[in-house]
Design a protein around this ligand. Structure first.
Ligand SMILES: [Zn+2]
Length: 393
């Protein structure tokens, strides 16, 4: 008897849930500056774990409200959370009984991108991530059934090797873009009308550091002062700028022609605006410089951070070079939720050079000689990484 009873109870509760969710939701669209989906309601110093950014004007089903977040139904079995400021109720949306994916087109451009265009019935939510060994860009599109019977691929493609999909759930289509190179160079994703467009960065033809466009971000600035020193009260924002300028000077001296600075003076610059600025500037690499601080004054050393696995090799290469100049290895930290680690558009890493909360590290931080040392080690790390990429080709 019991064997029959258990599935019956489960079936009943699933039915109840389905009925509830079918009746209790409203429709809205994503709005604002860099709207982002979160996995859950977790909080952290730099915000809870993010699934990633989404475009504006995407249609969302809002099923619940918890504090400052809405819960949105992505597909039958998936939901996510989004800050309320990113959703606007829209009663003009005419919901269809189902949505379809239509034909795709893939082509290369004269600029640095391959473009993958996936036409859909509506601007639907998606999630993307990178995979390595072999390198792939993955995209799950939610609330959609495939009707894609036509994937046109042109010979102008330089980076995307193969493109295909799986209907992994009744209403989730998983797109796989296999890349030609092991190193991820980044991608941008968003809608152009109802076509989901993925702009895949091609690997630069010339991997000479002098030909690579490098962005340097001096952390904090203006009214965002950052941490302060344990003994001298040195302020983080002033020293990140000095380290950034030392790096800029060195790169230019070594022949790097394209260097971008997010700031060159003591100015306020919101981190999201930095991302938008950098997306426009389109660097190959971003290095964000910060100084660490913690309540445990014994802790010292260098740390590198990345969020996306495809960008890990650069952060490891830079950390290795920091350890070489006798900086304690605090580690290479993955899946980090710092805002400037979140873009997928270009290779990026955050270097926390040393701890302002540690006396020994602080002495180094305020010494101009150390600014040159760090610039030199970052330069070496960049070169090591490029050589590694060349070998992997
Ligand atoms: Zn900082």
């Amino acid at each position: 008897m019991k064997k029959i009873l258990l599935p019956a109870v489960l079936f009943f509760s699933v039915q109840l849930f389905a009925q509830d969710s079918a009746q209790q939701y409203w429709l809205g669209k994503s709005i604002g500056k860099l709207p982002a989906l979160a996995y859950g309601l977790g909080e952290d110093r730099l915000g809870g774990a993010k699934m990633g950014y989404v475009d504006t004007n995407i249609v969302f089903k809002i099923i619940d409200s918890v504090h400052s977040m809405y819960q949105v139904q992505l597909s039958k079995y998936h939901s996510a959370f989004i800050d309320k400021s990113f959703i606007k109720r829209d009663s003009s949306i005419k919901e269809k009984p189902f949505y379809l994916t239509n034909s795709w087109k893939l082509s290369g451009t004269d600029t640095c991108y391959d473009i993958v265009s996936i036409s859909l019935d509506e601007k639907l939510p998606y999630k993307t991530w990178m995979e390595i060994d072999p390198s792939k860009i993955m995209i799950d599109i939610y609330g959609v059934h495939s009707n894609t019977n036509w994937i046109t691929q042109l010979s102008s493609l330089k980076e995307v090797k193969n493109a295909y999909y799986n209907q992994i759930e009744d209403d989730v289509v998983r797109v796989t873009l296999e890349l030609r190179h092991q190193q991820h160079w980044g991608y941008s994703i968003g809608y152009k009308n109802k076509v989901l467009q993925i702009k895949v960065k091609k690997q630069p033809v010339d991997l000479d550091i002098r030909k690579i466009k490098i962005a340097i971000d001096a952390g904090h600035g203006g009214n965002n002062v950052g941490a302060d020193g344990v003994k001298t009260k040195a302020i983080e924002k002033n020293y990140t700028l000095l380290f950034a300028k030392a790096l800029e000077k060195l790169l230019k001296r070594k022949g790097v022609t394209d260097v971008i600075m997010t700031r060159t003076a003591d100015t306020s610059f919101d981190n999201k605006d930095r991302i938008l600025f950098l997306q426009q500037q389109n660097p190959d690499v971003l290095i964000s410089l910060h100084l660490n601080s913690t309540s445990n004054k014994e802790i010292n050393g260098s740390t590198t951070f990345y969020k996306h696995i495809g960008f890990r090799p650069l952060s490891q290469a830079i950390l290795n070079r920091m350890v070489e100049v006798k900086m304690n290895e605090f580690g290479n930290v993955g899946n980090f939720n710092f805002v400037l680690n979140s873009p997928t558009d270009f290779v990026n890493t955050l270097l926390e050079i040393a701890f302002l909360s540690n006396e020994e590290d602080e002495k180094k931080i305020i010494n101009p000689k150390f600014h040159l040392t760090v610039a030199n080690q970052v330069y070496k790390g960049l070169n090591d990484w490029l050589q590694q990429v060349q070998k992997m080709k």
